[in-house]
Design a protein around this ligand. Sequence first.
Ligand code: LMR
Length: 394
Amino acid sequence: MFESLTKAPGDKILALMGEYAADSRPTKIDLGVGVYKDEKGVTPVMTSVRKAEERILSSEKTKTYLGIAGNKGYGNAVLDLVLAKSVDRARVRIAQAPGGTGSLWVLMQLINRARPGATVYVSDPTWANHNPIAINSGLKVATYPYFDAATRGVKFDEMLAALDKLGAGDVVLLHGCCHNPTGANLTDAQWDQVAASLVRTGALPFIDLAYLGFGDGIEPDAYGTRKIVSSVPEALIAFSGSKNFGLYRERVGAAILIARNAEQAEVTNSQLLNIIRGAYSQPPDHGAEIIRTILDDAALRAEWETELAAMRNRMISLREKLSAAIRERSNSTDFDFVAGHRGMFSLLGLTNDAVEHLKAANGVYMTGDSRINVAGIPEDRVGDLAEAFLSATR
Ligand code: LMR
């Protein structure tokens, strides 16, 4: 049976975790995979999560099935969090799914049922897993201009011109906030223009919302998503609770669909549920029930928001410290963009050789495209890191 197979390429982001673990140098620094780390270098279980888990364990009476769309209370709480009042809920359906990736996957399958072989336009560059999910779902992938390597900002005019050329039946994958891998994000005014373009062309917006609350706050980070869904007749959103609730291994996410009207929502949702049933039947509940418990309880929610703000502010402060340390040592503003980026990542714009050199000579790990996870910057080693980056770019 399996003789016909050849070895598949490994995942570059996850492989880096193994490489880092195998490095015995005590001075190594992990700026690779996108997981938050605190000042001790630990990815903590949030206190609000711990409290919610304790409540669940002491009150849970059954582990019977919940159904294909998963935990309904979770679904409603996520819709309130993500959409607020931006769209008539009669047009909206949500299915809990395993992580942001699982949500992307079921929604890509849905697109392929509606438009077999449709093209998904992704930002250049985008998260390394977007293309495989689309291709494995039978879709085609093309890019739209996004990152400006010269300014480390967004090439917005080129992006908009490319989006304006799309048509109904095309799909535009947008990062709702905290762009991965670049860290360069759209302003509110630019989101308004993207929404207007989508209205003009009829292309379907598909928003990957994996870092809500990691940029400037829940409300500012939700601006683009809410603007788009309040403007267009149809949209898809893949939500992840991995990062903002620190629930990575629990695999909790949600596939959200917004249809033209309530009838179309019902029909489209029946296809989504049919896809899920034929894939993994129903999603796992534990992570979803944690998020529901937190969002539905005023005190726990306030505690979660405080913890989320602390993670966000720490990442912003690390960005500022790294930029300042490089500026002091180089007398140049070349890395100031790191302080201006938002979310977990910044794309430094180093060559692959420089990335390999940093790994071999300094034990500094980042993805081959020179994406750094700013949460991995050790507070007491910012100077060392600045020196290493400067020597790698000389
Ligand atoms: C990342 O981009 O590093 C994270 O989203 C983790 C992953 O699954 O790739």
